[in-house]
Design a protein. Structure first.
Length: 284
């Protein structure tokens, strides 16, 4: 390549760079005001969204909404407003938002179909937190599990069973299924059955069992405890013993009443029979 060709190539390159610089300058003059306005709008919009989010959070706290729901709902409001703000800012600088919104809609539909189970659990969690069929600390039975509610999350409810097992149940199942809440009424009945021998006096037995219930400080006297003869079984006369107590005292009452009944019956010489069978031998 000759020196003349090299000079010509350099001149062409310089001319091309100058043209690009001039074009960039023209574009800058054309779009700089819109870009500056978009940036100002973005900053002001983010500041307003922050204020709205704090206002929503404060309103929910004053309304005594479940504490688990407050951070989630405030975050959801914040992100929805930010998406709308970003779309508005994009349209200000000339970005075609129609196709952008269409892509977001298609992506949202695909994600919704893929995560429909999680969305059902999310909706169930919102329903649980709004209508409160149970709350943290309640003793409930649902989906075949019994336990105390430790935490109500967005997608799951966490129970702790009497065996100290951590049970995770999807909120969709609890919101659409049956839930037995043992705590909400403020009392729970303990159902016990005890058998005595056929030779025992019925009135004395009932009096002894009732004395056990009335002397237990964790047994409620309103509603009054109940003792009644329920069955004349093969080897014993069976009585039902039904005291009421606070839900948190259930197991204390269950075990203490059982133990006290055995001691009281022994003290009053009322026997508790064991299964027995009479066998008659016939000699051929």
């Amino acid at each position: 390549m000759s020196a003349q060709d090299t000079v010509t190539q350099v001149q062409d390159t310089v001319t091309h760079v100058e043209a690009l610089t001039m074009k960039a300058y023209e574009l800058g003059l054309e779009y700089a005001p819109m870009l500056a306005l978009a940036i100002i709008t973005l900053l002001i919009g983010l500041w307003i969204i922050s204020g709205i989010t704090k206002l929503v959070k404060a309103s929910m706290q004053r309304s005594k909404v479940d504490p688990t729901l407050i951070p989630f709902m405030s975050s959801l409001v914040s992100w929805l407003l930010k998406v709308l703000l970003f779309i508005s800012v994009a349209s200000m600088i000339g970005v075609a938002t129609t196709s952008f919104v269409a892509v977001l809609g298609a992506a949202g539909l695909a994600i919704g179909l893929a995560l429909q189970g999680s969305l059902a659990n999310f909706a169930g969690g919102v329903l649980v937190m709004i209508f409160k069929p149970y709350k943290v600390g309640d003793l409930i039975e649902t989906q075949g599990h019994l336990g105390v509610v430790k935490e109500v999350q967005i997608f799951n409810t966490i129970l702790v069973s009497p065996q100290s097992k951590r049970i995770i149940i999807p909120n969709g199942a609890t919101s659409n299924g049956s839930v037995i809440n043992y705590t909400v009424e403020g009392k729970i009945r303990v159902d016990l059955t005890i058998g005595v021998s056929y030779g025992a006096d019925i009135d004395q037995t009932k009096a002894v069992l009732m004395e056990v219930l009335t002397s237990n400080d964790k047994v409620m006297q309103d509603p009054a405890p109940f003792v009644g003869l329920v069955e004349m079984a093969d080897s014993s006369v069976n009585f039902v013993v039904r005291p009421h107590c606070l839900p948190q005292h259930y197991w204390d009452v269950y075990f203490s009443v059982n133990e006290a009944m055995k001691k009281a019956l022994d003290k009053n010489s009322i026997s508790i029979p064991f299964p027995q069978r009479d066998v008659h031998l016939i000699q051929a």
